[in-house]
Write a protein that binds this ligand. Sequence first.
Ligand SMILES: [Mg+2]
Length: 206
Amino acid sequence: MPFSSPIRAIVFDLDGTLVDSALDFDAMRLEMGLSHNQPILEAIEALADHDAARCREILHRHEFEGGQRAVLMPGVPEFLAVVRRLGLHTAVWTRNSRAVALATLARTGLEFEVVVARDDAPAKPDPTALVDLAGRWDLKPAELLMVGDWVFDIEAGRNAGARTALYTAGAAVHDCEGHELADWHFASFHDVEALLNRMGYGECRQ
Ligand SMILES: [Mg+2]
């Protein structure tokens, strides 16, 4: 069912959601010597200086290369065009670096009111950035929708009191970490009508 008050702003994750940058987090962990499934940013923070610097170099190389090959996820420009016609605010919030995020957005031709990277705010799942965006737009957190492809996106949204949508990119829902926490999930940005309905704009047409 749609929510009682419509969504007024959408905050998107970047890698794996708006763009496919083919980031291989398992390969990064292997190269860094981290254990399977360890969140990379948090693991690096816990390392001694020398090791942390080595791992940051590995991370930056992977992220930079990802930005170079990033391509838009199907349907993203069309969905964003509809969102903008509705007058919704939009932002990107990524655990990637600001430099790589801006280069990726420029490369794929995407523009947002606000870009929040790990340089700018505590990383997801900390909700601070979402709460700050709600304040900036004079909205209640529940009027924000957090869209992402990973459990930290969904946890960040929930921690802020925002709505959450998990993008599965067509994968089996139960294989997507965070599916049980999300308010809903969707397989394609081409499903505009279903997405608008969920966002409280059921009566709208493209
Ligand atoms: Mg992602």
